[in-house]
Design a protein around this ligand. Sequence first.
Ligand code: HEM
Ligand code: HEM
Length: 186
Amino acid sequence: MQLDTADKFSPITVALHWIVGLSIIGLLAVGVYMAETETRSLYPLHKSFGFLIFFIVVLRVVWRLRNGWPVPVSQYSSIEQILAKVVHWVLILGTLCMPISGFLMSTMGGHGLEVFGLEVVARNLDPENPAKSIPIHKALASFSHSAHHWLGEAMIVAVILHVAGALKHHLIDRDGTLRRMLGARV
Ligand code: HEM
Ligand code: HEM
């Protein structure tokens, strides 16, 4: 299996980056939209994709640990290198913690979890009013809800900085950073 080198990334690195990256951008956008407009009909779709992406995220983290961090295409200021590292960590930890907090918020809140119609965790129905679900652990559900909200905000900032950085490399520095993540040899 081909590992990353300084001048070319493995096709696995490239595929995992874009599958996870584009899914996360979609989940962040849908998450903010549905929470602000209270569009309940989008919740099952968000929860299903959010749950499934977790397994690809775990694969990606294992692959990153095996491969080590990418070597910069050329020499940059230490500020730029530190900023890139911090942003990469927020993105990696965020991709792990968002599905976990979403899962805990829903299941501990008693709402259960269905993945594209398949029941993974049953709703905790109120015996006196079966149309209503009751929390399993109110404090954990509420903590996870706050975590999902604030981590989501942090991830949005990190994604904006990350994309700005990629564009700066491509358009201003005119180096191969973005092209390498698109699978090219630089
Ligand atoms: C990488 C995966 C995920 C991302 C990036 C993500 C992102 C978001 C964001 C940004 C919000 C808006 C938060 C707010 O403004 O308060 C949100 C809301 C929500 N997410 Fe996720 N989410 C993910 C996975 C999940 C999972 C796995 C579940 C449940 C199993 C879930 C359940 C929800 C629910 C129920 C809301 C609405 C909360 C409310 O009404 O305030 N999410 N998500
Ligand atoms: C259109 C959006 C995006 C573009 C243009 C982009 C571009 C890039 C580029 C060019 C690199 C290589 C950096 C280097 O060589 O040091 C990279 C790495 C990385 N990107 Fe993105 N990215 C995008 C979205 C995302 C998103 C949404 C995430 C969040 C999950 C993400 C997570 C990462 C991580 C963690 C790395 C570090 C290297 C790795 O682990 O593979 N990216 N990205």
